[in-house]
Write a protein that binds this ligand. Structure first.
Ligand code: FMN
Length: 248
């Protein structure tokens, strides 16, 4: 196994960091690695916002409720961004561009581009001995984040990425068996996935019972059913449309 694969298989989210900031050089290295990710048709439909202002961090902490949003070496916010594209042509005759930007397809392009860049950033940071945690809970109040970051039309905040020097080393979280996630030639019906999911539930139950902190009695299936039984962040749909995305 090569070093890159070893590092990928060693990933775990870090939620407690030492009190030390990233240097500008480290920030730029991470962003450059993010930028080199593949991007649909070279559109580069994303913007990364680094959070330095302590008051802004406090506000984002209030939205997300996570201590690691406040106490880290640096925080990046990944936004889907089609604003630049809209400005490339004269607004008076770019009606076709705008119609295109409003499609579900372009929302997918922007979201996928941002996610690929973020994962490159994460791997770059981890390769530098740093720990990372994604912060989807910024979408707990997407309108507030939009306001705080002064995002224009066609730009949406997708998630944060906090980076820092690990101050704990949680156990690696097991993943679903490969047989569940990887299918060949055609979709494997749920009935054929079920026994692997049951095995995973047993593995996760054991993981939660025996991990080094925050032990609990739970399984993956129970967690998922609870999670998806509650409508969450229903304001995201109208928000996206208010940014003139996903309208057609
Ligand atoms: C898009 C995205 C959003 C996430 N949001 C949060 C979050 O708001 N808070 C948090 O503590 N972890 C968050 N996570 C981390 C996941 O909970 C974590 O990756 C998952 O449980 C697997 O654990 P591991 O990363 O330690 O292997 C997020 C992960 C992703 C990919």
């Amino acid at each position: 196994m090569n070093q890159i694969i070893e590092a990928l298989l060693d990933h775990r989210s870090i939620r407690k960091f030492k009190d030390k900031k990233l240097t500008e050089e480290q920030i730029h290295t991470i962003v450059k690695a993010a930028q080199q990710a593949s991007t649909s048709s070279n559109v580069m439909a994303y913007t990364i916002i680094g959070v330095k202002d302590e008051h802004l961090k406090e506000e984002l902490y209030n939205v997300s409720g996570h201590q690691h949003v406040k106490d880290n070496a640096h925080m990046f916010i990944f936004c889907g961004d089609l604003h630049r594209i809209n400005h490339l042509d004269n607004p008076e005759h770019n009606q076709h561009i705008q119609e295109n930007l409003e499609s579900t397809e372009q929302l997918i392009v922007a979201t996928v581009d941002a996610a690929l860049a973020a994962q490159n950033a994460s791997i770059a940071a981890e390769s530098m001995g740093l720990g990372i945690c994604y912060i989807g809970s910024l979408r707990n109040d997407i309108n507030r984040v939009n306001e705080l970051l002064e995002l224009p039309e066609y730009v949406i905040p997708l998630f944060g990425l906090v980076v820092g020097y690990p101050d704990h080393m949680p156990d690696i979280k097991p993943r679903l068996p490969l047989e569940t996630i990887y299918h060949e030639d055609k979709y494997k019906p749920f009935a054929k996935q079920q026994k692997f999911i049951e095995a995973y539930d047993n593995e996760m139950s054991n993981y939660y019972k025996t991990r080094s902190s925050n032990t609990k009695a739970d399984t993956w299936s129970d967690q998922m059913v609870r999670k998806f039984s509650n409508p969450t962040r229903m304001d995201v749909t109208p928000f996206i449309k208010s940014k003139n995305l996903n309208k057609r």
